[in-house]
Write a protein that binds this ligand. Structure first.
Ligand code: SF4
Length: 618
């Protein structure tokens, strides 16, 4: 292919570090290897990565699969791909959102995702979906007239719907010849979705260059995606199904009822969140194959009589099969909650499943502004050496950050009390007072409880506080409505606001100050303790295992929060950490990687003055 990397650049010149990323990605694709790309937000890493990957893929006859975590995060690669295409690289791009979301049929909304997939497969098999049939019988030119020049996936989906096409199936047909596929994580990381999806496109993992955006979330995402739950409510509903649809097979019915009654009794007694013994649950039944056969009969009869693909006995079977096959990487955890007790088969080391994806793909490129250490990724998600790394623009951003550590407070659980919350609130007020007008102070706490405790002690400041129901879209308009002066945005670490809210005006971040109100170490939950135990078995080092389970996740959350304040090459941010545990040498080492100026403080006036001086130059 004649066109050079430079010629594919849609804008005048490379930003700092962009060319380095594009070259590294291109080399990675040519070698068929793996790469970690770390660059701060605003560095243009998506564009640079796509330029390198698409050029390499075109030359090698491969496809690029860009995995975005959310719908909004899929828009940037789409926009950049079209910009690249305009520079002389003809591209066919297919975008996949959740199939259920793309479905035209109203009844899809009533079903959960699994039920929906079964329902859709059933309709397609029986040729009962006219939207599917229309795609299958359409001429290529008809689809091209809609998908050949779309700029927004939403518009394309609307247009396909208005012409009576199933948008998902239309994009799937289009995707079979696409150079770039943009989709969410499950399209690759969910085994059954991946197989069906790639088969339908007639591609194999070895034909794909995977670009995984927001890779710092991958461990958490995979450990949840590979877990299974069994709520007591499902067992009770499965019993009702068996009573209604299985009585004709008396022996089978008795066997299934014994198993379900045993599970019901066991689940009803769960009172605390803790790791429980797998063998106790496995002892409640003897033959999962017989129960599976029963679930097949129940599902069939229920569909005939009630017209629904929903079968709770099938869900029970799925859980039991996962329990039987799950090795030590899976823990069984009980959790009683408001809607009733449940068992979770929690995947603690997703590498057990995800490593084969990385191994079998032609190339893998992980991108993040806060990339976890390579060793952590190797141990937890199973990406294997050789893994190359490119980290750009880190030094330039370091100069634009100031970090203060308050030595007279901590969010350590044992020391939490009203006087600590009051002191934290006073520090927040000092930072707020130092902020220039029309700006935001982001305050991030490890939990909603701590956030509320600080909030009730705040006086004389404008506050927007995140709770479990807060919607990201609303936060932005609320912030802008209060911006004549300035505003404190209270958010929880690792929550949707810190991960998703984009407060940028005229290419500058509105967040000028960040307060980390307590280092957000993960709670010592059964899952986190399980991870620590497994890492310890593997690395034979208690210190390294603790770092993997507690320190690294905490640092990712801190870096994510701090990263919200630097969205362009002009932004500067003053940061205050309200936790003396930051003085630990392992934490200090990381903080010095984030800022050239790391100082300790213990008085409010100094915080205000230092913030003012630093931000005054902004
Ligand atoms: S084929 Fe398309 S429109 Fe029909 S049920 Fe499936 S997703 Fe919905």
């Amino acid at each position: 292919m004649k066109v050079s990397l430079e010629e594919l650049l849609p804008y005048g010149s490379w930003r700092t570090g962009q060319k380095e990323i594009a070259v590294k990605v291109y080399d990675t694709v040519k070698k068929g290897s793996k790469l970690l790309v770390e660059a701060p937000t605003g560095a243009g890493k998506t564009l640079a990565t796509l330029i390198g990957a698409l050029k390499g893929a075109k030359e090698e006859g491969l496809k690029v699969f860009f995995l975005a975590r959310t719908k909004n995060q899929a828009l940037t690669p789409l926009k950049e791909a079209f910009n690249i295409a305009r520079k002389g690289l003809p591209l066919r791009v297919a975008v996949f959102r959740s199939k259920k979301e793309m479905c035209v049929r109203n009844e899809a909304k009533m079903l959960n995702y699994e039920e929906f997939i079964e329902y859709c497969n059933f309709l397609k098999k029986e040729e009962l979906c006219k939207y599917f049939s229309k795609v299958m019988t359409a001429e290529e030119a008809e689809l091209s007239s809609i998908l050949g020049g779309y700029e927004s996936p939403l518009e394309a989906i609307k247009e396909l719907r208005s012409h009576g096409y199933c948008p998902y199936e239309a994009f799937r047909r289009w995707g079979a010849k696409a150079d770039l596929i943009i989709g969410s994580y499950p399209y690759i990381f969910n085994e059954s979705i991946r197989e069906a999806f790639l088969n339908s496109l007639d591609v194999r993992l070895r034909d794909l260059i995977l670009i995984i955006d927001e890779a710092h979330n991958l461990y958490d995402y995979l450990s949840e995606a590979y877990s299974e739950t069994l709520p007591l409510a499902y067992v009770k509903r499965a019993k009702k199904e068996a009573k209604k649809y299985l009585k004709e097979e008396y022996e089978l019915y008795v066997q299934v009822m014994e198993t379900l009654t045993g599970l019901e009794r066991y689940l009803s007694k769960l009172r605390v969140r803790q790791e429980v013994s797998k063998s106790q649950v496995l002892a409640l039944y003897s033959d999962v194959k017989a129960i599976e056969e029963a679930s097949r009969l129940v599902a069939l009869r229920k569909r005939e009589v009630e017209g629904t693909p929903l079968c709770y006995l099938k869900r029970v079977v799925r859980f039991l099969k996962a329990l039987e096959s799950g090795g030590k990487e899976y823990l069984l955890i009980s959790s009683p909650n408001e809607v009733g007790p449940k068992l979770t088969l929690q995947c603690v080391l997703p590498s057990v499943k995800s490593s084969e994806i990385f191994e079998n793909s032609r190339s893998v490129i992980l991108m993040s502004a806060t990339m976890p250490p390579k060793d952590f990724l190797i141990r937890t998600i199973g990406i294997e050496e050789p893994v190359d790394e490119v980290r750009v623009n880190i030094e330039a951003v370091k100069r634009r950050r100031l970090i203060l550590i308050a030595t007279d407070v901590t969010s350590r659980y044992k020391e939490r009390e009203e006087s600590v919350y009051r002191r934290m609130a006073e520090y927040v007020t000092s930072c707020y007072d130092a902020l220039p007008s029309s700006s935001v102070l982001l305050v991030v706490a490890p939990s909603y409880e701590l956030l509320a405790s600080i909030s009730r002690n705040l006086r004389g400041v404008e506050v927007i506080e995140e709770d479990e129901s807060t919607k990201i879209e609303e936060v932005r308009s609320r912030v802008l409505s209060k911006l004549e002066n300035k505003v404190v945005l209270l958010a929880v670490a690792g929550g949707k606001m810190v991960e998703g809210v984009e407060l940028v005006e005229e290419a500058r971040s509105l967040i000028r100050g960040v307060v980390i109100a307590g280092l957000p170490y993960p709670e010592p939950s059964p899952k986190v303790l399980g991870l620590k135990r497994l890492l310890e078995e593997e690395v034979k080092s208690g210190r390294e295992a603790w770092e993997g389970a507690f320190l690294i996740p905490m640092l990712i959350r801190v870096k994510q929060a701090i990263g919200r304040a630097i969205r362009s090459e002009e932004d500067r941010a003053a940061i205050l950490i309200l936790d003396r545990r930051a003085l630990d040498k392992r934490v200090m080492k990381e903080l010095r990687e984030l800022s050239e100026k790391v100082m300790t403080v213990n008085d409010l006036v100094r915080v205000k003055n230092v913030f003012k001086t630093f931000l005054g130059g902004a």
